[in-house]
Design a protein. Structure first.
Length: 478
């Protein structure tokens, strides 16, 4: 089959006539798929509303129909679920796909090593690539500690495999980085010796033209591009809310009634508040629980929680591939017993994982629910460790004692926070029908590239309805 034959199949599989940038992307992709270079990859960048998902669906459908194995991956469990729902095929996290635990579990002192890739002629499609980091948060636990390097190594360990990395360069880069390394062509060529095919979707598809969410995202994207191309340090942000039916600007005084209305319409799970900081997230979470949901207890059945730290005790499978990741959303199904130990509060509960609907029996660490910190800090964790250690001092062997501490049911409890409001980095990779964005901080920070990316990422989490809270009047267009 020739390049143009495959290109025609991709186009015919779309449910609409492609835009010019989509046609160029398809042609470039076909050239890549026929390239025999084992160290080549295809980079597809696309802004919100430009049809990335439709293109992924067409690519996966056509290749599968040709008998070519396709594996879908995303950076987080939430992003994998969104991808699976949109494409209609199973999708997995990068970690679950490329890593396997050693003979000992992590809590027993083991780690996750890079798996061998025994596949041949497989096309790997990785979505939300902007979130892929080169700096591991837990060095020594996952492979080399460099997720991007490990992903590339895994792909090239297979025979005649292909890699498509897809993402939005306007979104927030990984924490502590100025750019998303997986979307940086020069970095991929310079640091990894890759031959990079690249294409960018820039045309908003016709059916999105009347969307206020996409209109504002497109305007922000233009400002982001201007900042990057012309090195402008400051810009003037103007958001359009008054002329679109899918966007509403409200004051803090209107928030409770507006939240209640949209919870009834979309369900609590269909709404998400995005705040600028963990401190602001806590304020929103406490207010939502007490004034909107009328919760009086610290934890109730149906509670939505977000995991604050990777946990390797629970969610084990027969292939030992799984763990509960920082950022995963869980729901409390049943509450069993409360404990107070080592100056901390715990609860035994049955939870349901949002990304796969599995139910697990876990012990929850509750103190983080009312903390302004993203997770228990180093000093608190060391104090906790030392107190638990006292209960195992009778074990003379230091390795055996450390193993017992790691397996202690209190020490290995799942660290969680309320999930009704979260930071933009925590929300990245997910989408909700209705999103509330806390805008009150905007008058306190410079209108620069960082703010533009924050706003763009927050706004594009919404698929149907966007509510802007306490937006400074100067930032609202007439």
């Amino acid at each position: 089959m020739k390049d143009n034959d495959l290109s025609r199949q991709f186009i015919e599989n779309l449910s609409f006539y492609p835009t010019e940038s989509q046609k160029k992307a398809i042609d470039e992709l076909c050239s890549y798929l026929y390239d025999k270079d084992p160290y080549a990859l295809f980079l597809l960048k696309g802004y919100a509303g430009t049809g990335k998902t439709f293109l992924i669906r067409s690519i996966a459908s056509v290749l599968t129909g040709m008998g070519i194995k396709v594996v879908l991956m995303a950076s987080t469990g939430r992003a994998a679920r969104v991808l699976s729902d949109m494409v209609g095929m199973p999708a997995y996290t990068i970690h679950r796909t490329i890593y396997r635990s050693t003979a000992a579990s992590v809590e027993e002192g083991g780690s996750f090593k890079l798996s061998s890739n025994n596949r041949t002629g497989t096309v790997y499609i990785v979505d939300e690539a902007s979130m892929i980091t080169t700096d591991g948060s837990e060095p020594g636990i996952f492979g080399s500690g460099n997720l991007l390097a490990d992903l590339l190594a895994y792909i090239w360990n297979g025979e005649a495999c292909k890699l498509l990395m897809i993402g939005d360069a306007s979104q927030l880069p990984p924490v502590g980085m100025e750019l998303s390394p997986a979307l940086d062509r020069q970095l991929l060529e310079r640091n990894f010796g890759m031959k990079v095919y690249e294409s960018e979707l820039t045309d908003v598809v016709r059916q999105q033209f009347e969307s206020g969410i996409l209109h504002n995202a497109t305007c922000l994207r233009g400002l982001i591009r201007r900042c990057m191309d012309k090195n402008e340090e400051k810009v003037s942000v103007k958001l359009s809310a008054r002329t679109f039916s899918d966007i509403e600007a409200i004051t803090g005084a209107e928030l409770i009634d507006t939240l209640d209305k949209h919870y009834r319409q979309y369900g609590v799970e269909g709404c998400q508040v995005i705040a600028f900081s963990n401190k602001r997230s806590l304020v929103y979470n406490m207010g939502i629980r007490s004034q909107v949901l009328d919760y009086e207890e610290q934890l109730v059945r149906g509670e939505r929680l977000v995991v604050a730290r990777n946990n390797y005790t629970y969610a084990k499978r027969c292939d030992k591939s799984d763990f509960i990741a920082n950022g995963d959303i869980v729901e409390v199904v049943r509450l069993h017993k409360y404990h107070e130990m080592y100056g901390l509060k715990f609860a035994d509960a049955t939870i349901r994982m949002e990304d796969n609907d599995n139910e697990l029996e876990v012990r929850l660490l509750l103190d983080g629910l009312t903390s302004e910190e993203a997770q228990m800090n180093y000093h608190e964790r060391m104090r906790f460790y030392r107190e638990v250690e006292q209960d195992y001092m009778h074990i003379s062997s230091i390795p055996a004692r450390r193993k017992a501490i790691r397996q202690d049911p209190f020490r290995s409890a799942l660290e969680v926070k309320y999930a009704y409001a979260m930071t933009c980095h925590k929300a990245q990779g997910g989408q909700w029908p209705c999103v509330f964005v806390d805008m009150g901080f905007l008058s306190l920070v410079p209108e620069d590239l960082n703010l533009l990316r924050w706003l763009y990422t927050a706004i594009t989490r919404a698929t149907s309805r966007l509510i802007l809270i306490n937006t400074p009047p100067s930032m609202l267009a007439e």
